[in-house]
Ligand binder design. Structure first.
Ligand code: CS2
Length: 498
């Protein structure tokens, strides 16, 4: 079987969409840090639409900050890859629509050649540096949002500015080089699931720049733009079975296709330092303020996703569609949205919350994605604050109860024991795994008690000012006692009874 390549585009089956523009005429307008599956199914797909409409200024240089695996898979394919959009037909049978994406022009692996990344950021044609580096990639304190100057990667980069390894260090040193070369200002655009992601990025970049050179920080603050955005598309990790299925449908081998659901949403603030592509051609919306969109999405989608992930992983429900097919979980998640999350959301013109909720449940039920609960469960310490704890804080401040929100948090705490209800062990994949598993072992691991719950709640990097909160501790204790003694299924039935 041939490898996917520009030379073979004409031989693909007619139903496969592919670049029709002249890829050799592309310029590089975007440098993307963290070229993982999500970006390839989201930003690259929206950019592809702008390229297809003839604006060839927006080719992408993709940067991996750690592993060479994306570059190794895609470079021999001329940086082409397939986006497989999957759902089920009216009979419930999985189906997929394939599109070969041509927006990525080249791929860099930062640890192999940090200077090449700095040069790309400093290049005259580059106008946007975008990021999907996950929550932990900002090296910030999730509870306060501030950059941690004592984070090992940040401390390294301050000491070795010629070879930064964090995204923040790379950006600041790249901007310094850009200024030295006299090229125009940049837009730095975060696409991670963080509230006010642009402001978090700006804060981290400026704090690092201050430590390097206060004049540089001032210049970045004055010239660069950091639009906030809300991004939404479910993109599960690609498996070997997916690689084989996509390659077979293409008739040539794609070593790293990406999968996504049909749903796509992106609300990005129209706040750019220079030009930008017309991403509306690919389904994006330019907005004045992304905050209400972010809050809606982080609380409704990611908040319920994490609740499903911990409850599902503990119960042995391996994928989101299998989990949401369990009637007590579905009932719980629907009520969690309707009764506890939606009342904390601001009105958005044109938003029909019951329809949004119903659509979200249908997205979770998509049987063609096989999105693993263990994948979503990773990095809980980085995710909980913006997904669950903001809602909890709002409700507690208004004197409202949080039984269903507390169940999600309790499920995360319970998950830290590292073994599911079928006795299967799993690793805790989290930058704070060592501290958290030790804490769990000394507290909840000895049995649920109010002291054990309060000790968990005192873990400041996650819970911040919620430590000592009596109503939350009481709700958590109730959920944890039930999870530990009766298990997920019976706990869900009990919480649904009220
Ligand atoms: C998920 C998200 O893995 C996770 O933590 O909750 O990646 C989620 O699929 C996307 O944000 C959906 O837009």
């Amino acid at each position: 079987m041939n490898r996917l390549h520009s030379q073979h585009l004409a031989t693909l089956p007619s139903e496969v969409a592919r670049p029709t523009y002249d890829r050799t005429a592309l310029k590089t307008g975007i440098v993307h840090l963290g070229i993982g599956a999500f970006m390839r199914a989201h930003l690259a797909a929206a950019t592809e639409a702008a390229l297809a409409a003839g604006d060839l200024r927006w080719g992408i240089v993709g940067v991996s900050l750690r592993q060479p695996d994306t570059r190794d898979a895609l470079e021999p394919q001329d940086c082409l890859y397939t986006l497989a959009i999957r759902d089920a037909d009216a009979q419930g049978q999985p189906r997929q629509r394939l599109q070969v994406i041509g927006a990525v022009r080249s791929l860099l692996v930062a640890p192999e050649n940090p200077q090449a990344v700095l040069d790309a950021i400093a290049a005259a044609d580059t106008r946007i540096v975008s990021l999907t580096v996950t929550e932990k990639g900002y090296c910030h304190d999730p509870a306060t949002g501030a950059l941690r100057l004592d984070h090992p990667d940040i401390a390294h980069d301050l000491a070795h500015p010629a070879a930064p390894r964090s995204a923040i260090g790379m950006l600041v040193v790249g901007l310094q080089l850009r200024h030295a070369r006299g090229h125009g200002p940049l837009t730095l655009m975060s696409l991670d699931n963080l509230p006010a992601n642009g402001r978090v990025l700006r804060g981290a970049v400026l704090r690092f720049a201050e430590a390097v050179d206060p004049a540089l920080a001032q210049r970045i603050a004055a010239e660069c733009r950091f639009p906030c955005s809300m991004v939404d598309r479910i993109v599960p990790r690609t498996t070997d079975a997916d690689r084989a299925a996509v390659s077979q449908a293409l008739g040539c081998e794609d070593r790293w296709p990406v999968l996504g659901e049909p749903f796509f949403d992106w609300a990005v603030e129209d706040h750019f330092a220079a030009d930008r592509p017309d991403w509306t051609l690919g389904g994006a919306r330019f907005v004045a303020d992304a905050e209400p969109f972010e809050r809606l999405k982080l609380r409704m989608v990611n908040g319920t996703h994490s609740s499903i992930a911990y409850l599902g992983a503990m119960a042995g429900w391996q994928t989101v569609d299998k989990a949401i097919a369990q009637a007590p979980l579905r009932e719980h998640i629907e009520a969690l949205m309707r009764d506890e999350i939606e009342p904390t959301l601001a009105e958005l013109p044109g938003l029909d919350l019951p329809a949004y909720r119903a659509n979200l449940l249908a997205r979770y039920a998509n049987p063609a994605l096989a999105h693993r609960t263990q994948q979503i469960a990773m990095d809980g310490s980085q995710k909980l604050p913006q997904r669950l704890l903001g809602t909890v804080r709002d409700r507690l401040a208004a004197g409202l109860p949080v039984p269903r929100m507390a169940l999600g948090i309790a499920a995360w705490m319970h998950y830290l024991r590292g073994v599911d209800e079928l006795g299967r062990p799993y690793p805790i994949d989290d930058p704070q795994a060592t501290e958290l598993t030790a804490l769990h072992q000394h507290t909840l691991g000895q049995g649920a008690s109010i002291d054990a719950v309060q000790a968990m709640l005192s873990y400041a990097p996650v819970f911040g000012d919620l430590a000592g909160n009596a109503p939350l501790a009481a709700a958590l204790l109730k959920a944890l006692q039930s999870l530990q003694t009766r298990g997920v299924q019976a706990t869900l039935v009990a919480v649904n009874r009220g």
